[in-house]
Design a protein around this ligand. Structure first.
Ligand code: ST9
Ligand code: FAD
Length: 670
């Protein structure tokens, strides 16, 4: 039962905020007009979806979750048509509200499949396929990972062998480990896919290339000859999505089903090389960039739930006898949650900059300039890893911060974790991604040693080593940025020196790399954090008035908390001294106290409708107990007072126990 009254604690929180949360919302959604439009679309989506009275996803079987997700996409499709929506952001807001945190089976079609067609096909192929894909005659997915290999793409085993006589490719899964495994929507939904396979022509293996393979009949949806396809079974989360397997038994496809924008196979089997063979990896780079925004949004939802609940939840006393306090008043609770609120904003801002950088480099690539591709790869890989780690850990910390009720699916937090945690693994396992970023950083360091100039994002590596931080209790934002950059530059330099020293002692580069890979990941993490802090600082400096001072405090909280978490890395070369470390510790306590009054307003500004949060604890009106009670009462187990299982199992069990002692006198009532 929804209550019209707002919990008085939440009401007070909103009144005591020192800034206008709407102003922050306008920043997040690009101005008042776009915010109104977003609200309109999400309200409409929520009203429409509520008509279906969907049961909570956690209470459904895998098949029911899949069915519900398809229904949600159907509702979304109808609304999109009715409103004639085309704008990508508007579509994403609508879909978020129709299917909040639901991994819909068409997800891969709409993201990786479409993008691969758009960026890796020739004009002729685009003209042939895009109309079919846009009108959902073709429903595709991106089939790259195999049972045996996901990370090491050069190890993929699926082959596409060119047959010049018939002008066809023969696509084959030669072993059990070569079976495609995991692609979203592959199991039951897709009728075609981009298969990433090793291209073999004229007896030569040219490595992984993309091929369009039809797997099901476009009308009957039956698998085509040579195709064995299905769902991979229940998973940790993501069960609304039919992640699938695919076995190809010498399936023949026409020559021009190879996506030939960058490399080609001519009719006679001649292979034409691309300008850069990493262009085939382009779709992964896009999705990695998008994941930064996805991770930020998931964490923003989690902190909204946990902060609102912590403002409503009263438990224990601070001053003996003075009554129970809002748990958000405990400094330890603030420490759990407020740095995460700051992280949600930091990642949101970094993701915007990441997206803008991606667009710029993508435009360059379209014009044939590939100069900034390595920078883009390094940044997107590092931020993908950093953001998904911080978001996943943050969501779990939010759940734990909600005590017992956080463990219930009613909190919405397990669902957020279930859909959030695969971000660490998919689209490039995080450790592997950080190592890719590290590879680029070490290369940049080497270039610097040779007196070369570094590209824009790496310029900070040029600063001389040593020196000491100017950080004082004013916590000047530029000093914080410099501290992060100094730490990253020092770590890149240290690990590069280790690699060089290993080489001079005759160690093979690959062995030296592996034996320093923990430090390499740490250096890449430091680099990515420096980017996030710099982005945050640059953005908040564009704000004005009260909002500016609130966001500057939040930015300081993010940066100071990060320094204290990895203090050794900042102190190792004496850049931050022990007096400063002590000072930062007291500043952290002050910052928590400073952010505390604005905590609720800061999460309100994310502007998530209740239906998107899907949480009894995170409700806007704070009526958490009524919502929890309603959720409990609606448990499936409560549909009957006495269940059949009582007669089938419980009663026979009890009777078997009674038989052991027949002398106990049983009263009619206890
Ligand atoms: C539901 C709610 C959820 C909320 C969040 C929502 C977020 C939105 C997302 C939308 C939904 C999408 C769902 C996606 C589902 C997952 C799909 C997948 O996992 S699909 C499967 C994803 N699978 C993976 O991600 C697989 C991960 N594995 C890999 O990417 C590669 O095998 C590798 C990078 C690890 C190594 O590759 P290898 O070829 O052995 O490379 P070497 O190491 O030998 O380096 C050689 C050179 O290449 C360079 N370079 C490398 N990459 C790139 C690049 N991208 N570009 C440019 N350059 C690149 C590298 O720098 C180096 O340069 P140099 O130094 O020589 O100059
Ligand atoms: C929900 C979900 C959806 C997915 N959707 C798709 C999809 O649509 N299409 C698709 O093709 N794939 C998909 N995948 C697969 C996903 O992309 C891979 O699982 C991912 O790339 C990781 O590869 P892997 O499973 O081989 O991990 P592995 O590489 O086997 O990782 C295992 C461990 O080995 C470590 N490791 C591996 N290599 C190195 C190295 N070089 N250095 C140091 N450590 C290393 C990793 O860090 C990790 O700890 C999906 C996966 C999930 C979970």
């Amino acid at each position: 039962m929804a209550s019209a009254t707002v919990n008085p604690d939440l009401q007070k929180e909103r009144q005591r905020a020192t800034f206008d949360a709407d102003q922050l919302t306008y920043f997040l959604y690009d101005g008042p007009a776009n915010t109104r439009r977003k609200r309109y679309l999400q309200n409409l989506a929520v009203q429409e979806t509520e008509k279906y009275k969907f049961r909570p996803i956690a209470t459904l079987s895998q098949e029911q979750q899949y069915e519900q997700a398809l229904m949600r996409s159907f509702i979304s499709g109808q609304l999109e048509d009715r409103l004639e929506l085309k704008n990508a952001k508007e579509l994403s807001f609508l879909r978020e509200a129709v299917a909040p945190q639901v991994a819909v089976p068409y997800g891969l079609h709409m993201s990786m499949f479409m993008n691969t067609l758009e960026t890796q096909s020739t004009e002729e192929q685009k003209a042939r396929w895009l109309p079919l894909a846009k009108s959902f005659r073709m429903i595709g997915t991106y089939a790259q990972t195999e049972m045996g290999h996901g990370t090491f793409l050069r190890g993929l085993e699926t082959t596409a062998t060119y047959d010049a006589k018939t002008k066809e490719f023969v696509v084959n899964s030669p072993t059990i480990t070569s079976i495609k495994f995991w692609p979203g929507g592959l199991g039951k939904t897709a009728n075609c896919c981009i298969v990433m396979a090793r291209l073999i022509t004229r007896g030569h293996d040219y490595g992984m290339h993309p091929f369009l393979v039809q797997i099901r009949d476009l009308d009957t949806h039956q698998p085509l000859p040579g195709i064995t396809v299905g769902d991979i079974g229940a998973k940790f989360g993501f069960n609304s999505n039919d992640n699938g397997f695919l076995r190809l038994d010498n399936v023949r496809i026409p020559r021009d089903n190879m996506l030939m924008r960058y490399s080609q196979v001519l009719e006679d089997g001649t292979y034409v090389k691309p300008k850069n063979d990493r262009l085939t990896y382009g779709t992964m780079t896009l999705i990695r960039s998008n994941i930064v925004g996805g991770a930020a949004r998931s964490l923003s939802m989690a902190v909204t739930i946990a902060v609102r609940y912590s403002a409503v939840r009263r438990q224990s006393e601070i001053q003996p006898g003075a009554g129970e306090v809002q748990v958000l008043d405990f400094q330890t609770q603030q420490m759990k949650l407020l740095p995460l609120v700051a992280t949600a904003y930091a990642l949101t801002i970094a993701s915007r900059n990441m997206a803008a950088f991606y667009l710029r480099v993508r435009q360059q690539i379209e014009q044939g300039t590939l100069e900034e591709l390595p920078q883009l790869h390094a940044l997107s890989a590092g931020l993908k890893a950093l953001s998904s780690w911080q978001a996943t850990e943050g969501i779990e910390a939010c759940r734990l911060a909600c005590g017992g009720h956080g463990y219930s699916h009613a909190s919405g937090l397990p669902k957020l974790y279930g859909t959030g945690t695969p971000l660490v693994t998919y689209e490039g396992e995080n450790t592997v991604m950080m190592l890719q970023t590290a590879r680029y950083l070490v290369k940049c360091h080497g270039a610097l040693q040779q007196g070369q100039k570094l590209p824009s994002l790496m310029k900070y590596l040029e600063q001389p080593p040593g020196g000491s931080s100017g950080l004082d209790p004013r916590l000047d934002l530029s000093d914080l940025v410099t501290a992060y950059q100094h730490r990253a530059a020092r770590m890149v330099s240290d690990v590069s020196a280790k690699l060089m020293s290993a080489a001079s002692q005759g160690q093979k580069p690959y062995a030296a790399w592996n034996s320093n890979s923990v430090e390499l990941v740490e250096a890449a993490t430091a680099h990515s954090e420096a980017y996030v802090v710099k982005s945050f600082v640059e953005t908040v400096s564009t704000f004005s008035g009260k909002l500016c001072s609130v966001m500057e405090t939040l930015c300081r909280l993010y940066a100071v908390r990060g320094i204290l978490k990895s203090l050794g890395e900042f102190m190792q070369d004496g850049y931050i001294n022990s007096q400063q470390a002590k000072m930062l510790r007291s500043c952290l306590a002050d910052l928590l106290a400073e952010v505390r009054p604005n905590a609720v307003a800061l999460v309100d500004a994310f502007d998530f409708p209740d239906a998107v949060l899907d949480s009894a604890l995170g409700r806007w009106d704070g009526q958490v107990y009524q919502a929890l009670y309603d959720y409990a009462v609606n448990s499936k187990l409560n549909e009957k007072q006495v269940l059949d299982t009582y007669h089938k199992y419980q009663r026979p069990f009890m009777e078997s126990q009674w038989k052991k002692n027949t002398t106990v006198a049983v009263p009619a009532r206890l």
